[in-house]
Ligand binder design. Sequence first.
Ligand code: HPA
Length: 272
Amino acid sequence: MNNVFTQAREAATYIENQGIKEVEVGLILGSGLGELAEEIEDQVVISYKDIPSFPVSTVVGHAGQLVYGTLGGKKVLALQGRFHYYEGYSMDTVTFPVRVMSMLGVQSLIVTNAAGGANTDFQPGDLMMIQDHVNFFGTNPLIGENEEKYGPRFPDMTHPYDVEYQGFIEEAAAELNLSLKKGVYFGFTGPTYETPAEIRMVQTLGGDAVGMSTVPEVIVARHAGIRVAGISCITNLAAGMGAELNHEDVIEVSTKIRSSFKKLVVSLLEKL
Ligand code: HPA
């Protein structure tokens, strides 16, 4: 068996041995959004560094732990701090937690991120339901030998973001009286923010938001047949559309939106 899968199996076994046997929903929390994990009840917390083969996150604003428990009536396993390609990790490492979740039996995944708004109707502080994505990483996490046991060689990507789950997000937003934007997420490697010309390209190609994550994890989740819901917090207007960009502002805005973000995720969990 391919090494990544052996390692993911070892990590999953370690997690199961901590009493985490039943996981209904995986939750990946983006920059500044990790605080949602604090709402999880009956928590079991595992530090990444204690899990065999699990990578360790280097980015500011990421806690680096798994939090298991109940949220929105579901047994969730939250990744408080994800791994980014720009940190120098391989695609296998970036997507490792999703493979582990899949081995733990996760069939639904909520991915969240901080993103720049390329759509001129968007404002910092908006929440965007991800309807689709464009992979601008210049690579794909499934390149290499395919492990048929975990998924097909040529996975269908017609519905990267589950249509029924999109309906749940819209329902949840309507019930909470939250204005919800919808759109296409363009994933770039970073760590530079985009140039204004790149943002004009994104706009021309039909993109609404830009970020440095999510796409690899969603590809691996879909390969494993996991159904995905995606929410972006629009933390800033993309390059050339407003002020110059910095990570502190991104964290500040995602911190400000987190109360409505939390409500939306909890309500979505109740509907899954
Ligand atoms: N670009 C890329 N990633 C981001 C941005 C952005 O404007 N904002 C937050 N993450």
